[in-house]
Ligand binder design. Structure first.
Ligand code: TYD
Ligand code: ZN
Length: 401
């Protein structure tokens, strides 16, 4: 762990925006409750570069600690994710004239996205997490300017929700430039900081997320390495995301109207940043009040998410009597959440139609920490709700439904 004093995009000085205190690493699912509760804690605070406006943490955890054994697995069969993938494939087909012959994906996880291309072109995932099985060919490597040469050139480079985890952003952009064919495009998707700020989504802050993306700082960063940010669109996925498109400078890709409009929309960032500490504090207090109003009920969390771990540690979930965390990811089952020591159980064991014979009786309420999948999870748990169960939704504002 190291504390940095300067911006990872431009080396400018940093200002503090919001401090969430000392929090353990979000994706450290532990074998025992004692281990989970006693994990080391690190400062978690959002900072902004005074020069280029880039939002980031000032604490850097080294990538080997974070990613060699990675707890996150892309959920399968999620309707909102499937719909989002369709949009992404369509956008790529519209922008890159010829059908791609070769696609690389950094942070390809279990291969869920690359699978969509596997029958029509050559695909290669690049992901160091040995423990996550992949449905497509994968190089178990970090994608850096040193390793890039090994992966060969591509027509389309994709990085979904992993660029925020990178400390050496400039080096990674150099690596992207090195793998892109002359008319290739790079598609980088990430949580959009404008949504994070306006929605008071304090739970998007965790140590794996070193950076919080706005469009403006990326023009300079891309230019420094000979790339060009020429298009972007917003998506509601993961609580609000931005999908950015880059190409070689001079390759003939010109800034789209959509990009210009989105950049203009970032004029409200300054005000949103000023309001963020107050709004995040209101969100935290609102959730505490909601949970207290259910003080005589049993409450579990739905989703053993990374962001949920920030949320639970900031709320102080031990004081709020949360019993279990329900999650669909088998590798998380029977592990304990970092900091709070809450045990993770499967969706099937937690939600029997009839409680008899099941080890974990249903709770009265779920705190939905996987709130980005609210619609589909609430639909999936219709029987639980019909039987009087409620969900506590943290965002876009704290409420019980
Ligand atoms: P995600 O929201 O991507 O979380 P993170 O904050 O970790 O980036 O992860 C969703 C989590 O929710 C994942 O651990 C799987 C779980 N999940 C369920 O348990 N049931 C579901 O129906 C869905 C869609 C996800
Ligand atoms: Zn900067």
């Amino acid at each position: 762990m190291k504390i940095v004093a300067s911006c990872r995009a431009c080396s400018g000085a940093l200002n503090y925006v919001f401090d969430l205190g000392q929090v353990p690493l979000a994706n450290t699912y532990s074998e025992t409750r004692a281990e989970a509760i006693n994990l080391p804690r690190y400062p978690l605070r959002l900072c902004q570069c005074r020069r280029c406006g880039f939002l980031q943490l000032d604490v850097v955890i080294d990538s080997a600690t974070l990613f060699s054994h990675y707890a996150y697995e892309t959920p399968r069969g999620s309707p909102s994710l499937t719909h989002h993938y369709d949009q992404l494939v369509e956008a790529i087909a519209t922008i890159h004239d010829a059908p791609p012959k070769r696609i690389l994906e950094m942070g390809s996880n279990n291969g869920a996205f690359l699978e969509l291309y596997a029958s029509t072109c050559e695909v290669l995932g690049i992901d160091p997490a040995e423990n996550v099985a992949s449905s497509v060919r994968v190089a178990r490597q970090f994608f850096t300017k040193e390793t890039a040469i090994q992966f060969g050139k591509c027509d389309v480079f994709v990085a979904r929700h992993c660029m925020a985890h990178i400390d050496d952003l400039k080096g990674t952009f150099e690596a992207i430039r090195a793998v892109l064919k002359p008319d290739g495009i790079a598609v980088i998707e990430n949580a959009y900081a404008l949504d994070t700020l306006i929605g008071a989504q304090f739970d998007q802050l965790y140590h794996e997320h070193h950076s919080y993306f706005l469009l403006r700082p990326f023009f300079d960063l891309a230019e420094k390495v000979g790339l060009n940010l020429f298009h972007a669109f917003r998506s509601p996925i993961h609580g609000g995301s931005i999908v950015m498109f880059f190409a070689h400078r001079g390759a003939g890709y010109h800034a789209t109207d959509a990009l210009v409009k989105l950049v203009e929309g970032e004029e409200i960032v300054e005000g949103a940043l000023k309001m963020f500490p107050a709004r995040a504090t209101m969100a935290i207090e609102g959730l505490r009040a909601g949970l207290r109003s259910l003080a005589y009920s049993t409450v579990d969390t739905y989703g053993a998410t990374a962001k949920g771990n920030t949320l639970l540690n900031v709320l102080g979930a031990d004081a709020l009597h949360i019993r279990y965390a329900v999650d669909s990811t088998p590798s998380k089952w029977n592990k304990f959440l970092p900091g709070t020591g809450i045990k993770v159980i499967s969706e099937a064991s937690a939600i029997p139609l009839n409680d008899e014979g099941f080890p974990y009786p249903r709770p009265d309420a779920y705190l939905l920490t996987a709130w980005n999948y609210a619609d589909e999870i609430m639909e999936k748990q219709r029987a639980f709700r019909d039987a009087g169960g409620v969900f506590i939704l943290p965002f876009p504002f704290p409420r019980i439904v």
